[in-house]
Design a binder for this molecule. Sequence first.
Ligand SMILES: [Mn+2]
Length: 455
Amino acid sequence: MPSPIIVVGHKNPDNDAISAAIGYAWLKNELAVREARDGEEPDVYVPARLGPLPRETAGVLDKWGIEPPMVINNLFARVSDVMTRDPLTVSAGCKIIEAGRALRKHNIQALVVTNEDGTYKGLISTRMIANRYISATDVLETEGASEMAVAADLIASLDQTVDTVMESQILTLDKDDKLDEAVADLMNQPFREAVVLDEDNVPIGIVTRSDIAVHPHRKVVLVDHNEVSQAAAGIEDAEVVEIIDHHRIADVSTVYPIKFVNMPVGSSATIVTLEAQRYGVDIPKPIAAVLLSAVMTDTVVLKSPTATRTDERVVDYLSGILGVDPLEFGMEVFSFRGGDDDMPIDKLVCADSKEFDLGDGTVLIAQHETTNLEAVMSREGEMREYMRGLIETHGYACVLLMVTDIIAEGSQFLCEGNRRIVNRAFGIECTGEGGVWMPGVLSRKKQVASRILEA
Ligand SMILES: [Mn+2]
């Protein structure tokens, strides 16, 4: 069985990065089963994530009974990518002749020796048995010994138990160990084999020196990013087999031509939905819910200037499958983010913040989306104090917090530090109290950062 293909979004994942991975892994599995030839095992796609679940994602997955994607730390090749699974085992009390028969019958070089309870004890290989036989010739060295004595010793050996010749100092590995490190350890021990154990010490695989002659590359599908700095560690060691994204084309490169779908739409989930439609695959309700939640958060319920007509059509399609009102659905997803009144102050101000370099100073632009502007503004003093702290510790010229009210469709600007930078760019009068309401301003990328950088 080949290793599954990982489908993963960017570091510090948002709802779209995780939801698009879930949705696209589902679609690829549907297509793989459909397209597998007779007798061929279909490829298996597994969604993964590079960080914690955002609250709204946790809420949607919980409501629709979907398992959160597994967390991965890197894309380096692992022991499990080369090991032979389910190795043959013999118990320690088994006779050498039986072990020999098993080796011959299955045409293999080694057997894992186990204790009564199935846990690992050691390993016996054709080499170890051969060495036992060669040692029988030592009998001839003894004075007066005959060839008959050698034969007698050989015959006696057949009746010995395997634990008398097995080796217990064999390298043992975890299936998730980095392959490079495992290879170095394997070459440093006198034996050709290593045994892979699970957390209960039960053998689950075997790796031999011939298995590591070829360096495998983990296959990965990137969603919602195509930039090395946003990808998992070890991306250079992996084989990127597809990219589904809606960001600028950046620097992930491949050896072979791949399917690379990049569209200037509001979310990666939008593209996943279009792909399902293109292949004529019906989307089940839980997947439709996950995808719709991601379109709604990434486009701020379709109000962000990044939302396109394509996103609107996709939202109609997905909410049709679910039989829901898309705006109500989107509001519920935002409500999973939890109350603005009890959110820790660092999350409230900084969960979504980006630095912009002006040349003679750095500006931090943070954004907090809310359906309850009043609740957020009731914490103004606390927020401003935290922003001043950021200036002190990071040396920012200025910190701008956009509190974006997604119902009223605008943002309240709160500014600390050199307010002239913001005031000049927008022709406004931010002071140390209350902030300034900016109707229609929803996108940091399109409406705020660009103006500050150009001013
Ligand atoms: Mn996205």
